[in-house]
Design a protein around this ligand. Sequence first.
Ligand SMILES: Cc1ncc(COP(=O)(O)O)c(C=O)c1O
Length: 437
Amino acid sequence: MSAPAPLSDLHPDWLERGYQHIWMPYTQMQTAPIPKAVTSTEGTRIKLADGGELIDGCASWWAACHGYNHPHIRETMIKQLEAMPHVMLAGLANEPAFTLSARLAELTPGDLNRVFYSESGSVSVELALKMAAQYWFNQGETKRTKFICFRGGYHGDTFATMSLCDPEDGFHAAFAGVVPHQMIADLPVNDETEQALVRLLEEQGEHCAAVVVEPLVQGAGGMLFHDEEVLRRLRRLCDAHGMLLIFDEIFVGLGRLGSMFACERADVVPDIMTLSKTITGGTIPLAATIATDRLFEGFLSDKLEHCLMHGPTFTGNALACSAANASLDLFEREPRLEQVMTIEAHLTQALEPCRDVPGVQDVRARGDIGAVQLDIRSFEELQWMRARFVDLGCWIRPFGNVAYLTPAYTINEEDLTRLTDAICKVVPEWSAEFGRG
Ligand SMILES: Cc1ncc(COP(=O)(O)O)c(C=O)c1O
């Protein structure tokens, strides 16, 4: 295999030097286009070193929900940085982490009252698995070593979380023989799939610690929607079979669907919930794994080994927690959830014309998510579309078989229209270029 192509003189020095050494995420370094050099961000705009500007259609992997550089988050972080960016959490308390825990407990439904912090979504899901497994272990149930998860699901890139992802269509099929084997089921969207899940619970339930699901939308699986009844079924089945239920709200939580949490829409409380991405308004890494009182109480004991055996170096990082507190302030002070519903109305109407384009399989919108599902047959087609969107001044990154938008909740009408217009222009071009007509 040959080395990545050398860069032209048009790129800044730092990109030139660093490109020979950096390893980019989910990127075939031999064939991928050179990344765009970014100098700053503001609102929904990404400013480029070549003087250009892009409207961000995916809010930096679904995270920058208040737009970039919101002054309230920035000022809060600057103050915290000056006082104390970090101090270890074991045995020491910092105000932002403790305040954030109380606020999250107040905000989340039911008795989801205990918050454990980590630095990425994947690790927060790992922690949810660990909590569930150790909860049973502490009660002497040592056979519950597996998890039930769903086709179309995505929960992260670490080994345990890869094992929860869709084993065939997901990003991690190549690791099938390496990651632990889990029980992969179809979401119980109808009687047939519900009965199949019941059989799985009856046959394998005693070996399983928890059911893990992305509630209402499977994001990285292709922006696949299911309805609230699925979550109610899962809760009923888990209760009937004495199983824990984990909701991975890393994508859908904190406003994405027009409510603070997806589970509220179904009036269902999971035993454990994970949050990340938008938790700091997309400014700095942080994730939270939130457990119910019942689950937490399963760790209370006079035996040290019954405590939660977990403690990453940067858990409860004060700077990240200050950003999260500022982000929650914005949900309180500004009409975020209404803004999301306005975006949903816009996406629903503006993407509809794509439905008639040959090669388009579906068009759907929910909350801040608009997706056009396409008969994409090669990675080259995705690359071609991505480049066309950049030509039009838009940062839209189709993956798998969807071209999608998940803009900042604060995006204005004009920028949102530029994004939806770009999709409505590029989708027919793709259809003609790749012969789907
Ligand atoms: C539902 C869900 N869970 C987990 C993750 C992993 O989060 P991270 O990329 O922060 O590790 C993601 C990331 O996209 C996600 O969408």
